[in-house]
Design a binder for this molecule. Structure first.
Ligand code: NAD
Length: 490
């Protein structure tokens, strides 16, 4: 039977007063797996008020770091006990492969552990600012954090926000993407089984234009942490001006992966495949533009296309599948449209380019790994984020041209360099205007490292100590060591 999801607010699972429901589909076969509520503006405002009251009551915001750490560890334990369920739900709802979902679920549990660890080591600063003054620097929670997440990593992106926001002592309102609420609902079910006070965390499913917009405009929300498209990021920035709330934006990318003549070719081909086809290319940091030096350009393309054609596309729950489904029909159509644009722009289609509707994929949203070569910087498929299994390959002459091409987009999220010459690789990677970069590898990173973009790929950083800072205010407390009148006047 199709599951009917509910909103979670004040520790209760409740129906929305809005009778309209969102069908939640499995993109591998279009089966309806659940129906999700669409919260109203009033319900969103009530949840924000409850979160604010919880914050002001101090029930969580005034707990000691060690007490908060203990609860984060309880959540991590619960997630680990329920890892299989989380993996299954993520595969079913997002379309990704089991291997990908397993990596996400494990990373998500570790994110709670990491922030618990930071709390266990939390400390402030004391400055000797004046002869008769000591200045303490302390971090405090901000208040209500509005957390808005996309559909491509429903579980991991939610946890990247929930864990540091709660660690800092905030109350939270989370809004998942309309089409992928399943794993987030599970996380809230698990949090409900811990000692997290009931009115601190609220989950609201619903549309961006109602729930998202209400959160962003609310004067009672102190920070909006948003992950999603650059286009919506711009709307968020404008809507947040009412109370000048802090915003943290993790946005789109069109990241360059630079392969020099002297790279180990097999390593470069392997990582450049992983760089774009992991997650069916629906990954913000995908290496979606491969720049290859002229000496190995043809050889690289031949090897790369041979490997791309061998990628086993299929339903995520099939252990043999290496690349899963596209998240929705709408998004699949958008990717296929970009493939058509690429052909019309004169790019050379080396392989792929089609929807797959055979071998158990008849009713799902699957696209072949697609490789375009001989592209130029003025093409839309080189400039715009396609967010699918489509990669463009461009030729460059020398180091200078590689850097110029690499930086020639509005985005600045990620980038990679492949070369056996370590000094050259370092020289080049330092000139790539992006926040997340790799040398002779791609995509690998850790919860300890700051995640975020330059240029139109975002503002602020997730993860690491930087991620905790996003959800904290910094206060100076100046203490006189010798209290007496200063006699400025008279
Ligand atoms: P999206 O921008 O369409 O939606 C993201 C979220 O914003 C959803 O929950 C949506 O309902 C909500 N939203 C929509 N309109 C809103 C509004 N007016 N006010 C408030 N909220 C609103 O993005 P998507 O299609 O779900 O995700 C794909 C995008 O996310 C890609 O561009 C990708 O690069 C980006 N992304 C970035 C990172 C990163 O770390 N930089 C990570 C993952 C995804």
């Amino acid at each position: 039977m199709t599951k009917t999801l509910k909103l979670y607010t004040n520790g209760e699972w409740v129906d929305s007063s809005n009778p309209s429901m969102q069908n939640i589909l499995n993109p591998a076969n279009q089966e309806v797996i659940a129906k999700a509520p669409k919260a109203t503006k009033e319900e969103t405002e009530e949840a924000i008020k409850a979160a604010k009251d919880a914050f002001e009551s101090g029930v969580w915001s005034e707990r000691t770091p060690l007490e908060r750490a203990e609860v984060l560890l309880q959540i991590a334990d619960k997630m680990e006990e329920n890892l299989d369920a989380l993996i299954e739900l993520e595969v079913e709802n997002n379309g990704k492969t089991k291997r990908e979902a397993e990596s996400d679920a494990t990373d998500a549990a570790n994110t709670f552990r990491y922030y618990a660890g930071l709390l266990n080591n939390s400390s402030g600063e004391i400055l000797e600012t004046d002869e008769e003054l000591q200045t303490m620097i302390v971090k405090e929670p901000m208040g209500v954090a509005g957390l808005i997440v996309p559909w491509n990593f429903p579980l991991l992106m939610s946890v990247w926000k929930i864990a540091p926001a709660l660690a800092a002592g905030n109350s939270i309102i989370l809004k998942p993407a309309e089409i992928t609420p399943m794993t987030v609902v599970k996380v809230f079910e698990l949090m409900d089984q811990t000692d997290l006070p009931k009115d601190v965390a609220h989950l609201l499913m619903g549309s961006g234009s109602i729930v998202g917009q209400t959160i962003t405009e609310s004067k009672d929300v102190d920070i909006v942490s948003f992950t999603g498209s650059t286009e919506v990021g711009r709307t968020i920035m404008q809507a947040a001006t009412g109370n000048l709330k802090k915003i943290s934006l993790e946005l789109g990318g069109k990241s360059p992966n630079i392969i020099f003549d002297d790279a180990d070719l097999d390593t470069a081909v392997d990582h450049a495949l992983f760089g774009i086809f992991m997650g069916s290319g629906q990954v913000c940091s995908s290496g979606s533009r491969i720049l290859v030096q002229e000496g190995i350009y043809d050889e690289f393309i031949t090897k790369y296309a041979e490997s791309a054609k061998r990628i086993k596309v299929g339903p995520g729950n099939d252990e043999a599948s290496e690349m899963g489904a596209i998240v929705s029909e709408k998004h699949m159509e958008s990717i296929l449209n970009y493939i058509q644009i690429g052909k019309e722009e004169g790019a050379r289609l080396v392989c792929g380019g089609n929807r797959i509707e055979r071998d158990g994929m008849d009713n799902g949203f699957f696209i072949e790994p697609t490789v375009f070569a001989d592209v130029t910087s003025d093409m839309r498929i080189v400039q715009e984020e396609i967010f699918g299994p489509v990669v463009v390959i461009q030729k460059f002459k020398d180091e200078e041209e590689a850097i110029k091409l690499a930086n020639d987009t509005d985005f600045g999220l990620a980038g990679g360099v492949f070369s056996r010459d370590q000094q050259k690789a370092m020289r080049v990677i330092k000139k790539v205007r992006a926040g997340i970069t790799w040398v002779n590898t791609y995509h690998l990173t850790g919860v300890q490292a700051p995640w975020g973009g330059y240029k139109q790929s975002g503002i602020g950083r997730s993860l690491g100590t930087y991620g905790l800072d996003e959800y904290q205010e910094t206060k100076q407390i100046n203490i006189s060591t010798d209290p007496k009148p200063i006699q400025w006047f008279n």
